[in-house]
Write a protein that binds this ligand. Sequence first.
Ligand code: 3H9
Length: 704
Amino acid sequence: MGGASLERHGAIGVITIDNPPVNAMSVGVPGAILSRLEEAGADDAIEAIVLRGGGRGALAGADIAMFGKPWPEDEPTLRHVIPAIERSTKPVIAALAGYCLGGGLEMALSCHYRVASRETGVGQPEVLLGFPPGAGGTQRLPRIANVSTALAMIVDGTRVPAEKAAEHGILDRVIEGDLLQGAVAFAEERAAGGPPHPLARDRTPVLDDPGIFEATRERLARRARGQRAPLACLECVEMALSLPFDEGIRREREVFEACMASAESKALRHVFFAERQARRVPGIGKETPARPVERAAIVGAGTMGTGIATCFANAGIPVRLTDSDGGALERALAAIRSGYESRVARGRIGTADAEARMALIEPVETMEGVAGADLVIEAVFEEMPLKEEVFRTLDAACDEGAIIASNTSYLDVNHLADTVPRRRDAGCVLGMHFFSPAQVMRLLEVVRTDSASPETLATVLALAQRLGKLAVVAGVCHGFIGNRMLEGYTRQVRFLLEEGASPVDVDAAMTGFGMAMGPCAVADLAGLDVSWRKRKADAHLRDPSKRYSAVADRLCERGRFGQKTGAGYYRYEPGSRTPIPDPEVDALIAEVAAESGIARRSIGADEIVERLLYPLVNEGARLLDEGIALRASDVDLVWINGYGFPRWRGGVMHWADGVGLAAIHETVARLDESEDYWEPAPLLNRLAADGKGFADLDRAARGG
Ligand code: 3H9
């Protein structure tokens, strides 16, 4: 159980919160802080109090794991600590290091002063967990920083670096050098200055931009569709201006509690822990050595290779890029440069930074040029013979011990490993499946081959973190986690179109559900030709007795490859990415349906959502049973971070638990009676029969 200690530094009492690793306000911690505050208050030799986090100094706020669980009666909470600080007749100075977030910042805002070391970031990230700050943050922050700064921090949950926080008045001083020494010196100064010592509650909020609430409301209507928390945050900050302080605090608490109990918050908290859980991989522990990756190389300078090279440069890792087509290499470098130029123009990075990143990317003409790299990723066309050839050449060219990874999105990486037996036996081959655009998308599926050594896996997982990626480990199968599930989703899109839904109906139903984009618009963006080529190549594998929709093939036959040809499921004006419904497509779909003898009907949004998402749930269950996905929450992360599934719904498996697996099973089993592809997964059968959910499965696997 965490606690807090009191030390005396001359006339300054230093309270250090001790609850590793991030000093969350778990049960026992607020009580310990209260006791130390009382002790310091009663000690006549103490003139001022410094309050800080132990270890690396973080104050991560409330204990997220406790939300939704009963808090022991008689145990004080953060909401007891804050008034005690405000009542203190001795000035209390928060000394911040690392992160000061959520309830941590709320506690600091209740102190008379705040100092921090330069690398500190402060923020109110509660909105990312589905609720507004609940310990006064929405009332105190706008009284300390101006209203528009406070509003942006609370509504978006962004962290502000110390220097900026000081500019906004959130910090009274940024300390260079030793934080404790600096904080004690600051406390001595303020104690010597004597009272009164300022409190946020006594200040009046400064409305620096009268239009800020309306502008933010409009922004949220577009950006936070379907979510409650961002708007709740806005409403609470508005109350800081319209209500007396104590009334604002009371109302904030009510809103906080209502949001906390919502499905949205439950989902977002699930994702928070899912992201941390994903790092736990069987056979890989803290003791597993990860090799340093000081130099990387990418083979294939197409869209994916270009994006992946950019990821490395962004992370400060020197990377060589090669392609058998010199023209492609030149185009890749031009695209990377232009990407950086546009980021400079938008003020995202400085010119020197862009140049430094560009300088990290070295084009090399032949694959032999990748020698010396610690890790090479092939990102050539999705054709097995080509990849085999590349693997063999790389095996000969690379240093012993170098890792060779394939960026394949479907192919058998175990088979690829077999083409380079020496390296396979050394455990140095796996898959690294990036998502397009690779420099933007957060997901990285790490495909664990049968032969990959723990060291190789640990190396790639550590590398993923350096690249700013969320790594999810998947086993080898056709399409791994994400793309294997995608197949059923896109198949149902085509079936629904034949049965009477229009592309607009399908897309509107899915964006209405919360998907970042509708599947038809996504297909147009990604290009329909790639999957068309694949379907043609795999035609001989198709079961002729099963239903097949030719809708997408027909579009491609008419040269409608999506945005790049100005037409796909929609049409596009030159230079525009706005999808425009196209009667030609409606006619084409009706024609295909008529050929297959399908009677068309009107299809509602609920049915569209079920027909697209239930196949995901069913396939997700198969992936779990087969051990391709380690846990249901990993499947959630894949769909949130790779396919635009709404984070605030917690991912597809979490969402399915909310619907109820028995209900989903019933629908899947009913559809199975009349349509192909709906056979319920054995795991779905079992869980539905037992009245359990995927979360129960994950919990059992964690041993809890
Ligand atoms: C709040 O404060 C509500 C108030 O407004 C109202 C109250 C009345 N609780 O991320 P890491 C765990 S809401 C419980 O890997 P990093 C985390 O699960 C809270 N556990 O490290 C992990 O455990 P494990 C508002 C927490 O260095 C371990 O600590 N605050 C909490 O990459 C290490 O975490 C937030 O939203 C927590 N609050 O990043 C901050 N925080 O090792 C949430 C962390 O078992 N936290 N853990 O997997 C973060 O953003 C990051 O953890 C932080 C450190 C930036 C602090």
